[in-house]
Design a protein around this ligand. Structure first.
Ligand SMILES: Nc1nc2c(ncn2[C@@H]2O[C@H](COP(=O)(O)OP(=O)(O)OP(=O)(O)O)[C@@H](O)[C@H]2O)c(=O)[nH]1
Ligand SMILES: [Mg+2]
Length: 698
């Protein structure tokens, strides 16, 4: 089967990922702000005997890429082999988008222009003359609304037809004076065997006028470089004088913008401009005084709902797993198999799945923030505030993603252009509690605080994490990095009604991942915990206890049984391990079971709850009447519980997150620092809180 390689390129937030989702069964992440996609993603489909591979790239404003995620896109366009470019543009801001279109056309590849978001333009009474645009550019143009699924069905057919047809002639020419110089550069380039392809030579010549460092690197090591270097020097001088510009790069930008404006004047029937809904909403939401309180209110509301609504089905789920566990005990004969299932895997998995509703509600909140366009506003609102702490406003986006999962949040930090801003953001990102820590919080809040304040407590925990992040950023900035965070320009997309389909898909994917993790990773880990806590067997413990008065009955018998199992647990492998690490955590009031759970959380934060569930279930004689909540309340003091919450909030994130940091940050010094400091800080803060509560008499 013939393979067609297609690359999707365009400016940020024009709907590239949405277009792919609309024409394939892919489920790429979309959101209404710039920089949703930060790495390339491939999707393949088959049609008419072709295998079509479509690559989604992060958005780029121009080929003069700055940020790491723009570099991903640029490097792909420069160095990877592909047959066709699909350039997606936003119909509402066509002129600005076309400047990139022209740069892509310079590549002299076969190209299709997808003008997306026409639904929004049409709603305001605007219109685009497709035929005229095709004539002007000399490439196929398709008008689409990826959100409403309109026009997108034409894309694949057009791609295949274009693939089979000869390449249309280049119609994009710049000012004659510029073209003349391009011609000179091309002639020199073509002396080299690398530039036999005329189109490629033209592209390189234009990029050299754009002062493109990445392209400069390509020619730098070639023999023609000496001749070229001299030529370029004189060309730059000549053009800069002629166009009265500081650099030929500016000249090219102006040139493209002029061309784009002219094209738009010809093909777009302007919408009648009245004050848009977005402007009216923004008058309230980015109000200098009310903006921030409104945002905080939304956040507070989200955590209230997360706790209260999310906790409704909890008992049902808990009951279900208790019943399953009982069922297993009735069906299977007593022995290790029965025990590993009924005491190990099922309670552990159940203790995690109980929190699925909470986690989904939290993700829903984040998704709505992303989809509506409010995210970019809050970044703008918080910019001034965050700058005081040495972070730039744009860092808000990775920080908020961190409330969902730290892994994509580290990736999202790629949108920060300045390396210092980026590393500071990444170092404090772990303090934004991810959704996997939510179960620990909900569990401990449920056990130790009155229900009426539960939502507030949850809000408080998340807010303190965020504030701690800001404070640490401040310290890092003044101790390790001098200077100010970079001022940032962030585009404000218009408000968009969230696509419920995208929301549903997102939640569905999150739920699947969550259940899968519970069913595989947590189930597996709980087997290990069960094994370590059940062996080695110590028959002598039971024998010892049974030496006493025989025929104990009722409550007394249960109590003895309880003591036996607690002793057995202490003499297990896990008991030994726990005892070995207990001294580290003893100053925080943790017993060895809590200590083991905290360490288990380094693998994955869900492991904290599932390990607690296993360890506090064993050693309890009267299982049915005791929920994990009650057991925690009976075994753990309030001050130790607070210390525990602080540890979970601050210490290292899970292995997956740590390895992402590792991959994104090449410097060894930072990697080492990152491994150590959150844990030290967590311990110190937890200790401080524990002592304080102790002094206050709790
Ligand atoms: N009204 C309307 N909204 C759209 C359309 N296509 C996409 N959107 C919305 O526009 C926003 C951006 O879509 P994405 O697909 O994430 O854009 P992208 O180009 O991949 O963005 P980056 O990955 O950040 O470069 C989302 O909120 C989409 O729901 C459309 O045709 N009409
Ligand atoms: Mg995208």
């Amino acid at each position: 089967m013939k393979k067609i390689r297609v690359v999707l390129a365009g400016q940020p937030n024009v709907g590239k990922s949405s277009v792919i989702n609309a024409i394939t069964d892919a489920r790429l992440h979309v959101g209404n702000f710039s920089g949703v996609t930060v790495e390339k993603k491939e999707v393949t489909l088959q049609r008419d005997g072709f295998e079509i591979e479509i690559v989604d790239l992060p958005g780029i404003y121009s080929l003069n890429a700055y940020t790491p995620e723009e570099q991903v896109a640029k490097q792909y366009l420069l160095h990877e082999p592909f047959d066709l470019i699909v350039n997606v543009v936003d119909a509402n801001v066509l002129a600005r988008n076309l400047t990139l279109t022209f740069q892509l056309m310079d590549m002299q590849k076969k190209m299709v222009l997808v003008v997306n978001m026409v639904d929004e333009l049409q709603k305001q009474g605007g219109e685009i003359d497709r035929k005229r645009l095709e004539e002007l550019l000399g490439i196929p143009v398709i008008l689409t609304s990826a959100k409403e699924g309109k026009g997108v069905e034409e894309i694949i057919g057009t791609l295949i037809a274009l693939y089979q047809a000869p390449k249309p002639k280049n119609k994009l020419f710049y000012d004659e004076r510029i073209e003349e110089q391009i011609g000179k550069i091309v002639r020199v380039l073509r002396k080299s065997p690398h530039f036999q392809d005329e189109g490629y030579a033209r592209f390189v010549a234009i990029r050299l006028l754009d002062r493109d460092e990445d392209v400069y690197k390509i020619i730098h090591d070639l023999p023609v470089f000496i001749e070229l270097h001299e030529l370029l020097g004189s060309i730059y001088r000549e053009l800069e004088l002629e166009f009265d510009e500081e650099s030929t790069a500016d000249m090219m930008n102006d040139e493209r913008y002029a061309l784009a404006k002219a094209a738009v004047m010809e093909v777009v029937k302007k919408p009648n401009l009245k004050e848009s809904l977005t402007d009216r909403i923004d008058r309230l939401l980015i109000h200098p005084v009310f903006g921030l309180p409104i945002f905080l209110f939304f956040m507070w509301l989200l955590f209230q709902i997360t706790f209260t609504v999310g906790s409704l089905p909890m008992e049902l789920i808990d009951g279900f797993f208790t019943a399953v566990s009982e069922g297993v005990k009735n069906v299977l004969p007593a022995g290790p198999v029965q025990s590993v299932l009924a005491d190990g895997v099922i309670p552990a998995v159940g203790s995690i799945i109980m929190f699925l509703p909470n986690v989904l509600i939290l993700f829903m909140g984040i998704n709505l923030l992303e989809q509506t366009g409010y995210m970019a506003r809050t970044a703008f609102l918080l910019d001034g505030f965050m700058k005081k702490f040495g972070l730039q406003g744009k860092a808000f986006i990775p920080l908020v993603s961190g409330f969902g999962c730290t892994v994509p949040a580290y990736m999202a930090a790629r949108t920060l252009k300045n390396p210092t801003d980026r590393i500071i953001t990444m170092l404090v990102l772990g303090f934004m509690s991810c959704s996997a820590r939510l179960p620990v919080y909900v569990l401990f809040i449920g056990a130790f605080f009155p229900t009426a304040h539960a939502g507030n407590m949850l809000f408080l925990i998340y807010i303190s994490g965020a504030l701690l992040g800001l404070l640490v950023a401040r310290v890092l900035r003044s101790v390790l990095f001098k200077g100010e965070p970079e001022p940032f320009v962030m585009e404000m997309p218009p408000y968009r009604f969230p696509s419920l389909k995208a929301l549903g898909m997102e939640l569905w994917i999150k739920a699947k991942l969550f259940l899968k993790k519970a069913g595989t990773f947590i189930a597996g880990a709980s087997m290990i915990v069960w094994f370590l806590s059940s062996y080695p067997a110590h028959p002598e413990i039971r024998a010892d206890f049974m030496k006493g008065p025989a025929h104990l009955a009722g409550a007394q018998k249960a109590q003895i049984e309880h003591q036996i199992r607690a002793r057995e647990l202490e003499e297990s492998y896990l008991g030994y391990i726990g005892k070995a690490i207990e001294p580290v955590f003893a100053p925080l009031g943790f017993d060895w079971r809590m200590s083991v759970s905290v360490v288990a959380g380094l693998a994955a934060k869900e492991g904290v709850v599932s390990t607690l569930a296993t360890l506090y279930a064993v050693g309890d004689a009267d299982e049915k009447s005791h929920t994990l909540l009650k057991r925690l309340r009976e075994n753990i003091s309030l001050k130790a519980a607070v210390a525990m919450i602080i540890i979970i909030m601050v210490y290292s994130p899970c292995i997956a997150a740590m390895s992402t940091f590792w991959a994104e940050v090449p410097q060894w010094a930072w990697r080492g620092f990152y491994l150590v400091y959150p844990n030290v800080l967590a311990w110190l803060l937890a200790f401080g809180a524990y002592r304080l509560l102790d002094m206050l008499g709790y």
